[in-house]
Design a protein around this ligand. Sequence first.
Ligand code: SF4
Length: 157
Amino acid sequence: MTSAMLSGRDPHWGDMDWDLLCRLLKEMREAGVEEIGLFYLGESFLYRKLPDAIAYARELGYPYIFLTTNGRLATPDRVRALRDPLPCWAVFTEGHITYDGKLAACCFDHDGRFNMGDLKEMSFTDAWRSKAFQALRNANLCKEVRGTAYEECIAYR
Ligand code: SF4
């Protein structure tokens, strides 16, 4: 389920009233909605209160918030203002397997410090869902990455 937030010059389109948006976001979250799209057929970045809308949806506890854009107004500064960057996204989306069959948690784990499982001994799924990997993902979500690969990530220096 997504909310409708239309933008544009067409008389049938416009920005959703802020109070209505807040009410619907709250009602839907209370009804158990977990994923919210802050757009509907319009260009998300035309909506001036987009950062506020995302912040409110976060405050309400939506785990997944998404939007679409044609990118023309999505300048780096505006995109940065919308998101709260995590130290590492790869931990949620990428698996790196070494020549000897280890699942590594970091694409630069050259010395095997972040071995999440030996795939000669276990399935990829078990290693991907291992406690060690879950702990690393939690560290990212909490932004408490001291002592993990992410503390020294060269991509963020
Ligand atoms: S190098 Fe950085 S971004 Fe890449 S996987 Fe490692 S911690 Fe994540």
